[in-house]
Design a protein around this ligand. Structure first.
Ligand code: SAH
Length: 246
């Protein structure tokens, strides 16, 4: 299971934190690291702080956008020191391991860590199915980035290192869609809503944010996606036919 979990660090500003996060991962048996637009990377400081985990740095996937980093993921989990005003369910690191155990078909799992100063952006927060908050002192709640990676990686190790979760047999149609497929559905809705005149330009952003939240919560499977997209296609066809009949 640990090999299906990807740690994604978004817009890190200190290369030392990237190295320290790689080390924190390796001691707990995690190996997949994703970096979204890291500042000053590759860097000697990152390599030094990684100690003997430089293999993790060497194989890290660097992307230019969060969308690209999570495109193939089926479970996206944010991490945050904040407990208020988060758009989806707040869980502890232990609850995260239970969710992963109960949903063995939802992999790869992306764990998103935000930039050192301000944490995850709104765009990143809105694409997460859950948010993990490590319980800390409410008066001083923000951990160093690599320390947060360490604590969550430790919980994952406790839950998954000793045994492999037997993967449930599910049919291809019931596999959850990936983030990239979800984007396809969202774009399709956007296209239809524009075509029918439902979206007014001034509401566009709000509607897109809410549709993203709604469809992320729905945990859409492949067969459900086929129904939604088939329906949306039929709406467009109907509109075209109606227009030419006028
Ligand atoms: N002020 C920012 C803190 C950023 S710390 C915020 O409120 O989120 C950098 C990153 O470390 C965070 O984005 C998060 O990924 C992780 N982190 C820090 N403290 C955490 C905590 N208590 N629980 C979960 N993740 C935490």
């Amino acid at each position: 299971m640990l090999e299906n979990i990807r740690v994604i660090l978004s817009h890190t500003t200190h290369p030392g934190n990237v190295g320290a996060a790689a080390r924190a991962m390796k001691v707990m048996g995690l190996s997949k690291l994703g970096l979204v637009n890291p500042k000053r990377y590759p860097s000697a400081e990152a390599t030094e702080r990684a100690s003997r985990a430089t293999d993790i740095l060497a194989s890290a996937q660097v992307s230019s956008s969060i969308e690209e980093a999570v495109a193939d993921c089926r479970l996206i989990v944010g991490t945050s020191a904040r407990t208020r005003s988060l758009p989806s369910k707040l869980i502890t690191p232990r609850e995260l391991t239970e969710i992963i155990q109960q949903n063995p078909e939802r992999y790869p799992v992306a764990l998103l860590f935000g930039t050192e100063n301000s944490g995850l952006t709104n765009e990143e927060l809105h694409m997460c199915h859950y948010h993990v908050c490590i319980p800390t002192n409410p008066e001083y709640s923000s951990l160093n980035l690599a320390s947060a990676v360490q604590l969550i990686a430790y919980e994952l190790r406790l839950a998954f290192a000793e045994f492999d979760v037997p993967s449930q047999r599910i049919t291809e149609n019931e596999v959850p869609i990936t983030r990239e497929q979800l984007n396809g559905v969202l774009q399709h809705f956007d296209q239809v809503m524009r075509h029918t005149g439902y979206i007014q330009p001034q509401q566009e952003k709000q509607i897109n944010i809410r549709m993203n939240r709604l469809l992320s919560k729905a945990d859409i499977t492949q067969s459900e996606m086929n129904i939604l997209r088939g329906f949306l296609r039929s709406v467009l066809n109907y509109c075209d036919k109606h227009k030419s009949n006028k």
